[in-house]
Design a protein around this ligand. Structure first.
Ligand SMILES: Nc1nc2c(c(=O)[nH]1)N[C@H]1C(S)=C(S)[C@@H](COP(=O)(O)OP(=O)(O)OC[C@H]3O[C@@H](n4cnc5c(=O)[nH]c(N)nc54)[C@H](O)[C@@H]3O)O[C@H]1N2
Ligand SMILES: Nc1nc2c(c(=O)[nH]1)N[C@H]1C(S)=C(S)[C@@H](COP(=O)(O)OP(=O)(O)OC[C@H]3O[C@@H](n4cnc5c(=O)[nH]c(N)nc54)[C@H](O)[C@@H]3O)O[C@H]1N2
Ligand SMILES: [Mo]
Length: 808
């Protein structure tokens, strides 16, 4: 989230799109209801189905799954052409005025630099024109034909109202009504918040849908504002913490990135990431990358990390194809290239796409270790459960080890919520039986490995032998010790530029401003610096006073970065430093420094007259309408059809087969033959959650099983009539990869759509139920889904694929 849960109540308009928060985030949803009833806010939902969120909305619209970029691109065009943008904001706080290189272009659905063989882009042309001083050229009148504003305008002029209507299958009056409501927030006193989750993420174009939403918010001046922002409502209670701590295979803690194989040289690695300003004097905070990196290496390798050995750079893994994201990992397992797998808190047989492929992959392993509090579908993938898991155990040689773990309620620790708040919690009950905390199991493994390396030697022992292990009980690092390590401490006295003491040797760091690149500081996750200082555990704070009355409870828990609650909050004030309006005041310039209800996201003493941009992480200091070199498939979001499309073509780019689907998507050649065409599988399917179940865990709990006992699928009355299906009939939903049997819920909540001259029925399939637990056994939904993912995140396309429904 750029903003936070409580702040939703300050919005004037809530656009819930690509998520169903009443169902999947029912506790946080109270802030939506507060906005409606206290702030007279309007709630709009856009979803393939009429949802529980839709049920309390002021306006709802249906959309064909996988077409949100068309809707948002059309909205961008509408805002520009009807002149309903926040001009002063756009001019001062975005990159609209910057001029793009002459050789950048977009033809036939592809941006310049596409390499068809690898399905990747050479991104050199996706850049601003740079002048002799190394800064981007600009035209503040926004008239230059190659300024970002004009290029964006041209790009989205193709996204006409007709196009939106025909591709999304949304009636024109609904489109217009929503666009009008959104446009009302272009004035400074009005803000819209956008709430999204997996309905946007789980597409082969997922990241670009979210980019499109961010562009809308920049044009409207809704970023950095009270009641504004682009707000990802995250999934598992600590999934935000997972990404923060760099647990994805291409990241280091704090969103630092692992080196690529060609980056063997330390200085090159650092210089590439030390993003220098592209406009004079801008903050460009990533220019301090080396401080974060060296402090991390000191935390990991202690005295062994020295300037002379480039802080152990050679010990870090370097990424090369094939990669290690989950799609890749299972693909490699499937090819027999991986023979052991540790599966910690993950139930891939149930939760990953194309179950048949996952079963085959796991069957090729020599061993599988499952660390989980429950017996899962994955830990029993080898066991025959009749029609629901029709495998022959005799043919599967994988040895499976189950290591029972505790769950969060049985341990102390911090959970990072969607709002970036680190909230400390305390164990509520002792663990049952042989269950042990994950940390203890991992520590045990580490000690055995280290012992074996020490005694027997082996390839590349250094990182294991030299890993720091400061903990009081080496067998079980305590949560508070780990938390202190993430915050970091000084190894020597730390001084600022004026030789003032910042922090004494041995003290906890006050915040990441104290980090140094000379080896004098140690820090396990730079963005968490400030969470456990000399004043103690900031995450355990429970003061909910709200001095400004806008839900800014800075004394409650601790948010990264530096306890800031709304990112880019400098943009909540005008260029001259005064709030845009009194009601939406957040921070302001008091003549000598920035003050207000939040921690300023800006150099505290930099006067407005200095003209620095509010987006301090970006090299331009501006919000990027043109995503320079960050995205895999282009600097402007472009619509591509899902890999399984009910219309089989891309109406925006009908003539170029390379531009039908996302040309840079994560797709493996072998899987292409497993994608269906609409002739065989005519219905557009999507998958989703229900409040009464949490994935597959709660099918183990009797109360949940009683509330939602049995697998069902939702089909609209139009399709039901066509197939002669009545409510309660049993149906089979078939995809190119498998089938599920379930009870049919025939409903008006899913409408038949008219798309590009065709009638398209959508089918809704809840994700829950499997063959373990006490609820009624069922086929796993991921029997059906395709093995293809987003180009940037590798998130699978769970939300858009083709099926055929049969009456049983
Ligand atoms: N009770 C409960 N709560 C949960 C979970 C749970 O299992 N049970 N899981 C948690 C997890 S891990 C996550 S990630 C979150 C997920 O939170 P959400 O993303 O809100 O949940 P979903 O139900 O997967 O999908 C939301 C909606 O997206 C819609 N949708 C599908 N395709 C599209 C599309 O192309 N465009 C648009 N606009 N909408 C689309 C679906 O119809 C659905 O209503 O929920 C979390 N909360
Ligand atoms: N078709 C379809 N598929 C989907 C989705 C969809 O919308 N549609 N959503 C996707 C999403 S968003 C998600 S997040 C995934 C979820 O996929 P998974 O993460 O695989 O699923 P979960 O069942 O939530 O969690 C896995 C296991 O973690 C265990 N666990 C709980 N606490 C602990 C702990 O403290 N330690 C350890 N070691 N284990 C623990 C649980 O018992 C559970 O068995 O599913 C994805 N799959
Ligand atoms: Mo999730």
């Amino acid at each position: 989230m750029t903003n936070h849960w409580v702040d939703i109540r300050n919005a004037n308009l809530i656009l819930s799109m690509g998520g169903n928060s009443a169902e999947a985030h029912p506790v946080g949803f109270r802030w939506v209801m507060e906005a409606k009833y206290r702030n007279n806010a309007k709630l709009v939902t856009v979803d393939p189905r009429f949802t529980r969120t839709g049920a309390v909305a002021d306006f709802t619209a249906e959309i064909r799954t996988g077409t949100d970029i068309i809707f948002l691109g059309g909205l961008i065009s509408h805002l520009i052409e009807t002149d309903q943008i926040q001009h002063e904001y756009v001019r001062n706080y975005t990159d609209a005025a910057l001029i793009v290189r002459e050789d950048f272009g977009f033809h036939d659905g592809l941006f310049t630099g596409f390499e068809p063989v690898t399905g990747t882009y050479d991104k050199d042309t996706w850049h601003y024109e740079i002048n002799d001083e190394g800064f981007a050229r600009r035209d503040d009148t926004l008239q230059h034909p190659r300024c970002v504003y004009q290029l964006m305008r041209k790009h989205y002029s193709r996204y006409t109202l007709d196009m939106v209507e025909t591709v999304c299958g949304m009636p024109r009056h609904k489109i217009q009504r929503i666009w009008d409501m959104v446009a009302e927030t272009a004035v400074p006193g009005q803000t819209m918040t956008i709430l999204y989750a997996l309905g946007w993420t789980q597409h082969s174009i997922g990241s670009q849908i979210i980019r499109a939403a961010a562009m809308v918010q920049l044009l409207l001046g809704n970023m950095g504002m009270v009641g504004g922002g682009v707000n990802a409502l995250r999934g598992h209670s600590n999934i935000q913490g997972l990404t923060d701590l760099g647990l994805l295979s291409n990241l280091l803690p704090g969103y630092m990135s692992l080196a690529q194989a060609e980056e063997q040289d330390y200085r090159e690695y650092i210089e590439k990431r030390t993003r220098e300003p592209l406009l004079p004097d801008e903050v460009s905070y990533w220019r301090h990358y080396e401080r974060f990196h060296v402090s991390l290496m000191k935390a990991w390798f202690g005295d062994a990390a020295t300037e002379a050995n480039n802080w152990c750079y050679d010990w870090l893994p370097k990424l090369s194809e094939p990669l290690y994201d989950v799609l890749h990992t299972f693909h490699r397992m499937h090819n027999g290239e991986i023979n052991g797998y540790f599966c910690q808190g993950f139930n891939p047989l149930a939760s990953f796409p194309h179950k048949a492929k996952i079963t085959e992959s796991l069957s090729k392993l020599k061993y599988l270790v499952v660390m989980d509090p429950l017996a899962t579908e994955t830990s029993e993938f080898w066991k025959n459960y009749g029609e629901y898991n029709p495998v022959n155990p005799e043919e599967i040689q994988t040895e499976v080890f189950s290591l029972p773990t505790t769950c969060f309620a049985e341990e102390d620790g911090a959970i990072v919520n969607s709002a970036r708040w680190l909230q400390w919690h305390w164990a509520a009950a002792p663990p049952p039986g042989e269950a042990r905390p994950d940390v203890e199991i991992m520590a045990g493994l580490f000690h055995r490995l280290q012992y074996m390396y020490r005694e027997e030697g082996g390839a590349f022992p250094d990182p294991i032998l030299n890993l720091t292990w400061y903990y009081r009980q080496p067998a079980f690092p305590g949560p508070s010790e780990l938390a202190r390590e993430y915050n970091g401490w000084a190894l020597r006295d730390v001084y600022d530029e004026n030789r003032n003491l910042v922090c004494r040797a041995g003290e906890q760091l006050p915040d990441f401003g104290a980090l140094r690149d000379d080896g004098s500081t140690s820090c396990g996750c730079w963005i968490f610096s400030g969470s456990w200082t000399e004043e103690g555990n900031q995450m355990a704070r429970r003061d909910n006073s709200d001095p400004y009355g806008i839900g800014m409870t800075l004394g409650w828990a601790w948010a990264w970065p530096v306890n800031r609650r709304i990112l880019y909050n400098r943009a909540s004030a005008r260029p001259d430093g005064t709030p845009w309006t009194r009601e939406k005041a957040l921070i302001w310039w008091n003549g000598t420094r920035w003050v207000g209800a939040d921690i300023p996201d800006f150099p505290k003493q930099s006067p407005p007259s200095a003209g620095l941009g509010p987006f301090i992480m970006n090299q331009t200091g501006r919000g990027q309408l043109f995503a320079r070199d960050r995205m895999a498939e282009g600097p402007f979001p472009e619509h591509y059809e899902p890999f399984e499309s009910p219309i089989g073509m891309n109406p925006l780019n009908p003539d170029n087969p390379l531009a039908k689907n996302n040309p840079a998507a994560r797709v493996f050649e072998e899987d292409r033959e497993n994608f269906a065409t609409f002739e065989e599988f005519p219905h557009a399917a999507t998958t989703y959650r229900l409040t009464e179940h949490f994935h597959f865990w709660t099918t183990h709990a009797l109360l949940n099983a009683i509330m939602q006992p049995e697998k069902f699928v939702e089909i609209g009355t139009g399709l039901a009539e066509e197939l002669g299906i009545e409510r309660g009939d049993r149906v089979r939903v078939v995809s190119k990869r498998g089938h599920v049997d379930a009870v049919a819920v025939v409903t008006k909540r899913i409408r038949t759509l008219q798309v590009a001259g065709k009638t398209v029925h959508q089918v809704g399939i809840p994700l829950h139920w499997g063959f373990k637990g006490v609820a009624k056994k069922a086929h796993l939904t991921n029997e059906l889904t395709p093995f293809v993912g987003d180009a940037n995140t590798q998130t699978p396309e769970f939300k858009s694929f083709l099926v055929r429904v049969e009456k049983l």
